[in-house]
Design a protein around this ligand. Structure first.
Ligand code: UDP
Length: 238
């Protein structure tokens, strides 16, 4: 295990990571692909905690903009993350990776409640923990949940795996001259409003000195990051 740069990692996946080409819902083939990447990382002996978004199913903010009460909308969003967590659990266990879904909202027929000490114990036993229902509170995002869990579980790094292979100065899908950063400070990320994670999440990571790495979710990039190879963009203190 000496080749590992990060021994305990919080991996954040947006809900869209599970949607595939359709852009919404859960696409089982895409879930398989992403879970294969996760299983490859787990087999290195890395202790893994996952936080999965719900934007492929429901986003509280955009729905409240259409008239729904924000808290109600956000609770639906949190339930969406539980559905995604169960889909990822199913795929990982079919790949022989033991997992536990730990939910910030009590849904005891389906998953365990999130209990800090128990979460750590699961990881020490080699189980991948899937933290569902975000922070359990409305007005937050799963990016913030990732920063919170990554900090309290004493993870060495938060990896945000996305469709894009890092952080760019402008949207690389729209601008062919967009430049990718190898490294950024928390302050610069916040000052330039770069699309890494929302400001609450970045601030939490900064206050607790947890590096955030943005990389591609496919092509073995997560594994490369964990092994300390150059991949993606790292956001850390100056
Ligand atoms: N959400 C929430 N509190 C949390 C985490 C999530 O209220 O701590 C709700 C919020 O409505 C959000 C939705 O769950 O829009 C889905 O999460 P998010 O948008 O972060 O998912 P992602 O963009 O990563 O797919």
């Amino acid at each position: 295990m000496s080749e590992l740069k990060y021994r305990r990692v919080l991996l954040k996946l947006s809900g869209e990571a599970l949607a595939g080409e359709k852009g919404s819902g859960i696409d089982p083939d895409t879930v398989q692909l992403i879970c294969k990447e996760i299983a490859d990382v787990a087999r290195l002996g890395v202790q893994l905690a996952l936080v999965i978004g719900g934007g492929n199913i429901f986003r509280g903010l955009s729905t409240s903009a259409k008239g729904m009460d924000r808290s109600n909308a956000d609770y639906i969003g949190m339930l969406a993350t539980v559905m995604n967590a169960v889909a990822v659990q199913d795929a990982l266990e079919k790949m022989d990776c033991p997992t536990r879904v730990l939910s910030a909202i009590d849904i005891r027929e389906l998953c365990e409640p999130y209990i800090h000490r128990r979460a750590i114990r699961h990881m020490e036993k080699g189980r991948i923990i899937i933290c569902a229902a975000g922070t359990g509170n409305p007005y937050f995002t799963t990016d913030t949940a990732a920063a919170l869990r990554g900090t309290e579980l004493k993870c060495d790094a938060i990896i945000k795996a996305t469709k894009v292979d890092g952080v760019y100065d402008k949207d690389p899908m729209k601008h062919s001259d967009a430049v990718r950063f190898d490294e950024l400070s928390y302050d610069e990320t916040l000052r330039r409003h770069l699309k890494v994670m929302d400001a609450t999440a970045i601030t939490l990571a900064q206050e607790n000195s947890v590096p955030v790495i943005v990389c591609s979710m496919f092509g073995g990039h997560i594994k490369r990051v964990v092994c300390g190879e150059a991949a993606g963009t790292i956001v850390k203190g100056e």
